[in-house]
Design a protein around this ligand. Sequence first.
Ligand SMILES: NC(=O)c1ccc[n+]([C@@H]2O[C@H](COP(=O)([O-])OP(=O)(O)OC[C@H]3O[C@@H](n4cnc5c(N)ncnc54)[C@H](O)[C@@H]3O)[C@@H](O)[C@H]2O)c1
Length: 293
Amino acid sequence: MQDFNGKVAVITGGASGVGRSLAFALGRRGAKIAVGDVDADAMAQVAADLAAENIEAIVEHCDVTSQDSLEALADAAVGKLGGLHLVFANAGIGAGETGAMWDYSEKDWQWTFNVNVWGVVNSIRVFMPRLVARGEPSHFVVTGSGNGAYTVLPDVPIYTATKAAVHTITENLHYQVQAGGLPVTVSALFPGPHVVDTGLFNSGRVRPEALKKEGVEGNESGINSVDDMKRMAAEFGIEIQTTHPDEVAEMAVRGLQQDAFWLLETTPETDDKIRARADMILNRTTPVPAALG
Ligand SMILES: NC(=O)c1ccc[n+]([C@@H]2O[C@H](COP(=O)([O-])OP(=O)(O)OC[C@H]3O[C@@H](n4cnc5c(N)ncnc54)[C@H](O)[C@@H]3O)[C@@H](O)[C@H]2O)c1
């Protein structure tokens, strides 16, 4: 899609981080934006900021773990903005798990799979039939993570497991759309190339009441922001570089303009990790943990 002017873009998790930057990147190119999110404060802020730039937008409460909630967002986008051209299944969380996985709270497993995996599945179930029925050129973009899609970082196993699932779902969606000759372009968006400075490391702010852990405030890992991560890594002599979410959104827009599947920017170090992983499998080498960053 070359021209975003007048197109309607739905963005789940669009009140913060990568989703918020996508809203502005597309809105500044003339797209109409439907943000769905669960964080009331961030929703009010993004609504005010989009309005201040005269970007036509709606900001709706939408919980991606509920198909009904996504149906309402889809209806609002079509009803209030007059179309449906780009869908970003972007909402995601990290539960901040730490320690041995057999000791993790079931609530951490449930919450992460509910949002990261079921959120994507629900988005596909709600939006794909609508995009197919409309029959116009459109995009369905899923935000995944290299951690799970092409590497296994050892620090957040639940998150990694969800993103591995998300990638296989996205790639299969692409195959099905191709096989059906449908006018929907499916893309896999990988925020990066470095850790992206967003609210992901403070996801606890939107943890549902029923999945809160008794007596636990914030992440058990002690990492509740990118700055915490930088500080902790520095103690081990590792310098963490970061990427601004606006850079991710611009990278995504460039890829969408080329109808690319991979919305992925890597560093030479990431490329080495991908090659090393492929070699490890081909050579049947015993896995050793890859470094973060
Ligand atoms: N930050 C990174 O380095 C990084 C790297 C790879 C992938 N990602 C992925 O990028 C995506 C966006 O995350 P981000 O980094 O911008 O974090 P973020 O916390 O800034 O944004 C995520 C948004 O999702 C919303 N959200 C959470 N639960 C929701 C739910 N149930 N329903 C609807 N919205 C919900 C949050 O309120 C928030 O606004 C996620 O899928 C994340 O896994 C991020």
